[in-house]
Ligand binder design. Structure first.
Ligand code: ZN
Ligand code: ZN
Length: 272
């Protein structure tokens, strides 16, 4: 009778794990191709309507005029400021739970339109475009993170919309940066009313108790990127950061597609 040694068993297990991992990668690739087939990138520029031959949803001219958040910004919340500063008027004397927040664009036309199209008109290809620019912002911040997570959506809303736009962006960013995406770490337990037009205090009350963390072992001691589409008052990412830190996360880098200028925050938020 042949008895397997511990080493044999380990090798077998290793091979099986490797095969399973390869199969999983193949399935993920297949899923992506299928999504691209069902929701193909536009053949014309999504902003100006001109033909695009690169397969990208935005033409080079329109890309050049997108309102990038590349001037002066607050070192804490990442929102645009008139002068270089460590803390903007909004962040001064205020305790926040994320370590830093940064955004790739200013929430202004046509980025606001693209975000709305990603959210409500199934234009999922914008997620990849945004992720490319967000990756540049991540590298510029010189922070080394271990993984990515995102602002969740309640099951009810996800069933209605069919997808969570922040998860699409986070998944694309995960591909760009080669970092793991911890999708199901944050749960939104109940649906909350829209934050549009609410004051910061009302936003906190509206979201209070709606987020919880699961799979704590995944994030313990980790430096995380928390992805969302728009940074308005920062209430959502702040509440989630508090949960992540309580669950053992070491560092939270809130990275959003765009941020709303402080003075415009209420008016523009009406369009989100
Ligand atoms: Zn264009
Ligand atoms: Zn600030």
């Amino acid at each position: 009778m042949h008895l397997y040694s511990n080493t044999d068993i380990c090798c077998c297990q290793l091979n099986l794990t490797k095969k399973f991992y390869e199969l999983r990668i193949t399935m993920e690739e297949f899923k992506k191709k299928l999504i691209e087939f069902i929701f193909p990138p536009a053949l014309t520029c999504s902003f100006c309507g001109r033909e695009v031959f690169t397969g990208e949803p935005i033409c080079a001219d329109c890309k050049d005029i997108l309102p990038k958040n590349d001037g002066f910004y607050c070192e804490k919340c990442g929102r645009r400021t008139r002068i270089p500063t460590n803390y903007c008027e909004y962040c001064s004397g205020r305790l926040v739970n994320f370590d830093i927040a940064r955004s790739a664009y200013i929430y202004d036309y046509p980025v606001n339109k693209a975000i709305q199209n990603l959210k409500y008109n199934n234009m999922r290809f914008f997620a990849r475009e945004f992720a490319k620019e967000m990756a540049k912002v991540y590298y510029k911040a010189c922070v080394v993170c271990d993984g990515i997570t995102c602002v969740p959506m309640s099951d009810k809303r996800k069933r209605k919309r069919g997808y969570n736009q922040s998860a699409l962006i986070a998944e694309a960013l995960s591909d760009e940066l080669g970092l793991p995406f911890f999708e199901d770490v944050i749960i939104k337990q109940r649906d909350t009313k829209s934050q549009v037009g609410l004051s910061q205090k009302e936003r906190i009350i509206n979201l209070s108790g709606s987020f919880s963390i699961k799979n704590r072992s995944l994030i313990k001691g980790k430096k995380l990127i928390l992805v969302d589409d728009v940074f308005t008052t920062g209430t959502t990412v702040n509440l989630i950061s508090e949960k992540l830190k309580s669950a053992g996360a070491e560092y939270v880098f809130a990275l959003t597609v765009s941020s709303v200028d402080m003075k415009k925050e209420e008016n523009n938020a009406k369009n989100t």
